[in-house]
Design a binder for this molecule. Structure first.
Ligand code: PEP
Length: 248
């Protein structure tokens, strides 16, 4: 069975100073269980790593990486650079990057591969738009997003990573998938992964907050969450952590 995990995506919020403070507050109030990962902006990573030094309960990840390992790519950041700073995880294919930076399934697969080659664990974000759900093609969309990565790195490597189902219409909108809608997609992903994916952590993301988290976390194939807005305040985030710990 997959271990419970809660991840906080801080997006482009705060500064290096406020990010280090938030990281210390989260480490202070969060117990050993479940696993917690925070995703600060690139420039806040060193301060957050330093604020968390000596604390084993919170890991640090990056929100993006280059698909190149090295070279003349101005403004890009490689997996190796992130690993050297103390990151152990990286988001790939977040819907905001797919939308605003035109990241295709193929590019996301390249990034996934680059992350694993650098020793980082990727969290592969997948999810359908509102229109795709209206058209009832959400499962096909998600299958295509995952298949592109499987074709690049193989099924085992995908199962060794983490997958976050984040319906685009729920990310940052205040609208959440119902527990049934989320479970339907999670069980589909689990089935697609087959026997190798029994322990793969499948997270739900999309406007999780303290009021809706408990119902989502009781679903059998939801192993935790990827939280955006509600991860920016330690007390709120910890409330969601507690709901994951106490889930039935
Ligand atoms: C996210 O950024 O991955 C996310 C799910 O954001 P929010 O919780 O704000 O919808």
């Amino acid at each position: 069975m997959a271990k419970p995990l809660l991840a906080g995506n801080w997006k482009m919020h705060g500064t290096a100073t406020s990010a280090a403070k938030l990281a210390s507050e989260i480490a202070e109030i969060s117990g050993e269980n479940p696993e917690i990962i925070v995703f600060p902006s690139f420039v806040s990573i060193p301060g957050v790593v330093s604020a968390l030094s000596g604390r084993k309960n919170v890991a640090v990840g990056a929100q993006n990486l280059s698909h190149y390992s090295d070279g003349a790519y101005t403004g890009e950041i490689s997996g190796q650079m992130l690993a050297e700073l103390g990151c152990t995880y990286v988001l790939v294919g977040h819907s905001e990057r797919r939308t605003y930076n035109a990241e295709s399934n193929e590019l996301v697969a390249e990034k996934f591969s680059a992350a694993q080659k650098s020793g980082l664990t990727p969290i592969l974000c997948v999810g359908e738009t509102f229109q795709q759900r209206q058209d009832k093609i959400q499962l096909q969309v998600i299958k295509a997003q995952i298949t592109a990565v499987i074709e690049k790195v193989g099924l085992q490597s995908v199962c060794d990573a983490i997958i976050a189902y984040e319906p685009v219409w729920a990310v940052g909108t205040g609208e959440t998938a119902t527990p049934d809608q989320a479970q339907q997609v999670h069980s589909y992903i689990r089935a697609e992964l087959g026997d190798k994916g029994v322990d793969t952590q499948l997270l739900y993301g999309g406007s999780i907050n303290a009021d809706n988290a408990a119902d989502l976390f009781t679903q059998p194939d939801i192993d935790g969450g990827l939280v955006g807005g509600a991860s920016l305040e330690a007390e709120h985030f910890n409330n969601i952590v507690q709901q994951l710990i106490e889930r039935k």
